[in-house]
Design a protein around this ligand. Structure first.
Ligand code: NAI
Ligand code: ENO
Length: 307
């Protein structure tokens, strides 16, 4: 493959950062790949794994001379990273991130970044419940969406270069505004994780009563929840704190619908239950039939946007 950037700096080398690093190396997308993270042990591990060409604990040092800077840290740390790198960025550099929330990352980073760089926030909708540099792998982004949320008026060439980068990693790229991103992701990604954390927590509380039955009889439905509930606590604490409004809005809709379901069960209203379960089964089947089980569902932009 052809080199796309002379120097790429990766700040943060966990699941996402190290997956990107492996792709860059395999596809030879950078002349030089510089890796930075704040923990000495993680940086040493990245070096052992041979993920980059140069390693440094200083994010400021890492971005000097870089044409593309990718920030891959928990969203709550993005402001501090932006502040640290701002004065050392090369004019004309593209600065991006991979954070699961976009409004908050933009609010934290943009005020620090100089006008001489192109800020194009991004979010690959691909991941696992694992974290750290060992968890990454080539192919994570293949066939997955990557959403870019550039501010209005951002340099088109910078957006096009970043789009091409993600497409080279196998992603399908879509652009949308940060507010819409945060609402869509609240329902398709953030709520499922919160519900998983909650149901596993509830089962854990019940375990005192049922002894070890929760583990013993856990069927695949419960096991699926435990996978999501094993996701990184720092990352998901930050997602909850940094997409608060959209998550609370979706949680309140969810609670209303759950109360409807609860009432149907209480009053033995089998028709209501059957109708809902039939509708949801059709949604799953249509996704599978269209071969789009990796695609972002179109939840209807207008419905999502109205409060
Ligand atoms: N895990 C997932 O499935 C996905 C995560 N994301 C987003 O990607 C970002 C990174 O997540 P993961 O790679 O999963 O996390 P991770 O926990 O595997 O890695 C985070 C990395 O950031 C470093 N770090 C933490 N605070 C830092 C700071 N202040 N300065 C410099 N480095 C710092 C850690 O040492 C580690 O190298 C998060 O913003 C997350 O929301 C996006 C898509 C999927
Ligand atoms: O592990 C899973 O099922 C995920 O949902 C991964 C994931 C987690 C966070 C994101 O922002 C995007 C994807």
């Amino acid at each position: 493959m052809t080199q796309q950037f002379e120097t790429i700096a990766l700040i943060g080398i966990g699941l996402i950062g190290s997956s990107i690093a492996r792709e860059i190396r395999e596809k030879q997308l950078a002349g030089t790949l510089v890796i930075s993270t704040r923990s000495e042990a993680t940086l040493a591990r990245a070096e052992e794994l041979g993920l980059g060409d140069r390693y440094t604990l200083s994010a400021a040092d890492a971005v000097r001379g870089a044409d593309l800077v990718i920030v891959s840290v928990p969203v709550g740390a993005s402001g501090a990273v932006a502040q640290e790198i701002a004065a050392h960025l090369k004019p004309g550099a593209i600065v991006t991130d991979v954070g699961s929330t976009k409004g908050s990352v933009i609010a934290q980073m943009a005020p620090h970044l100089p006008d001489t760089v192109h800020f194009v926030p991004g979010h690959p909708i691909a991941g696992t419940e694992h974290s750290g540099p060992d968890a990454g792998f080539v192919g994570l982004f293949r066939g997955r969406w990557c959403i870019l949320t550039p501010p209005a008026g951002q340099d088109e060439e910078a957006i096009a270069r970043l789009r091409r980068f993600w497409e080279t990693l196998g992603s399908m790229v879509e652009e949308m505004d940060a507010e819409h991103h945060d609402k869509v992701l609240a329902i398709v990604s953030h709520l499922p994780h919160i519900i998983a954390y909650n149901i596993v927590g509830t089962a854990d509380d019940l375990e005192a009563v049922t002894e070890s039955e929760v583990i013993k009889y856990s069927a695949s439905g419960f096991r699926d929840f435990t996978r999501l509930a094993a996701s990184d606590p720092t990352m998901w604490r930050d997602v909850c704190l940094h997409n608060k409004d959209a998550i609370l809005e979706m949680l309140s809709r969810f609670s209303e619908d759950l109360a409807y379901l609860q009432r149907a069960i209480r009053w033995g209203d089998g028709d209501k239950l059957f109708d809902l379960f039939t509708r949801t089964r059709a949604i799953r089947r249509s996704i599978i039939q269209a071969g789009q089980d990796t695609a972002m569902p179109d939840f209807g932009r207008h419905a999502m946007d109205q409060k």
